[in-house]
Design a protein around this ligand. Structure first.
Ligand SMILES: [Fe+2]
Length: 362
């Protein structure tokens, strides 16, 4: 199926189906779909006894009561359209992107048309990947997509703008706090342990995007993600409660100084709208000891022990996702991330941090 052969309406339908992940959103997609697509879908709407859960064990990321035939239909639809990136079969340690969260944007215009599908998938799953079929050396498209989804890019510091190069830059950046040059962890070659971005902010940016310009070609800089849901399962109930209740002092690194040296915040919280766990964390900017509360300090020690060895938890991305000209958009509060030591000094990722609710304009 070529994109040119699709009507704009059916293209729109496919995009909406990308976010067809629950019965509620599926109903919305069905109501808005074109007549031929409705007929096609109708054939798969008969009462079904089998659900995805029986075959996929929830691994698809779909509602576990999702009817199997609908799932299979959508899976085939997504496999057969050029609007979705098709990762190869994943290895054991690789993160599985849920169905309908890996996209292809063959042009800037088509990519921006897909903003609603991006937004819905990002809201639902907290992570998407978009392979660009066009050159964008300055990462303008990533900023445009963030704004098209109704979100707002944030500045990185008093002296740096919305885009930040993650690359080897021993000269560092100018800090307003020190009035001199400081070298961020993201500008070093060292490993970067499990963290969330902007965890030192008064209100950490909820999302971030990475435009992969030049991945590490020498086997270093391996990016890993850890869903907060997986993390909380490893914590004891006492520590879980302590991390959820206690506010910690968090130091602002000088390269990200915006006028405040420290902020306070809980490391775990619950999203009042979705009931999902949210996390903010970066070990090296907590005080030592982290607080004057022994229970809270024990909880942080337990958390650190879980995260001590990056390979013990979390997953990597497959090479057909983490490659040149792919954009990853992530919910910074639903995933921790880390990277191994850089081996290729030419590695370059460009980052944007942003706030808002994708697809929901204020
Ligand atoms: Fe980061």
């Amino acid at each position: 199926m070529s994109l040119a052969s699709q009507t704009p309406r059916s293209t729109s339908c496919l995009l909406r189906l990308a976010g067809y992940t629950t019965r509620a959103s599926g109903s919305t997609a069905l109501r808005s779909t074109s007549r031929p697509m409705l007929r096609l879908l109708h054939e798969f709407q008969s009462p079904l006894k089998t659900s995805v859960a029986s075959l996929e064990s929830g691994d698809s990321g779909l509602d576990t009561s999702f009817p199997l035939q609908e799932f299979t239909f959508l899976q085939n639809l997504i496999k057969n359209t050029p609007l979705f990136l098709q990762p190869s079969k994943r290895k054991v340690d690789e993160f599985q992107f849920p169905l309908g969260t890996t996209f292809k944007a063959s042009s800037r215009e088509i990519g921006l048309e897909m903003k609603d599908a991006f937004a819905q998938a990002l809201r639902e799953y907290g992570i998407i990947a978009i392979e660009l079929g066009f050159d964008d050396p300055k990462s303008h498209f990533m900023l445009e997509v963030v704004e098209a989804m109704g979100c707002t890019p944030d500045t990185h510091s008093s002296t740096e703008g919305a885009l930040w190069d993650i690359t080897y830059r021993p000269s560092g950046v100018i800090s307003q706090k020190t009035a001199g040059s400081v070298v961020s962890r993201s500008h070093s070659l060292g490993e970067f342990a499990w963290h969330t971005d902007g965890s030192f902010e008064a209100k950490p940016q909820r999302f971030f995007g990475l435009h992969i310009i030049h991945p590490d070609k020498l086997g270093g800089g391996i990016f890993r993600v850890l869903p907060v849901n997986d993390l909380v399962k490893l914590l004891s109930p006492v520590s879980l409660e302590a991390l959820h209740n206690h506010e910690f002092e968090i130091q602002v690194p000088p390269e990200f100084y915006k006028g405040t040296a420290t902020n306070r915040g809980k490391l775990l919280s619950i999203d009042p709208e979705t009931g999902r766990y949210l996390v903010r964390f970066r070990r090296d900017i907590l005080a030592n000891p982290p607080s004057d509360d022994p229970v809270a300090n024990t909880a942080v020690a337990e958390l650190n022990a879980i995260l001590e060895k990056p390979d013990n938890v979390g997953q990597t991305f497959s090479e057909d996702i983490f490659k040149e000209n792919v954009i990853i958009l992530m919910d910074n509060a639903r995933f921790l991330h880390c990277r191994t030591e850089i081996k290729d000094p030419r590695r370059l990722l460009r980052r944007v941090r942003f706030n808002g609710t994708p697809g929901v304009r204020k």
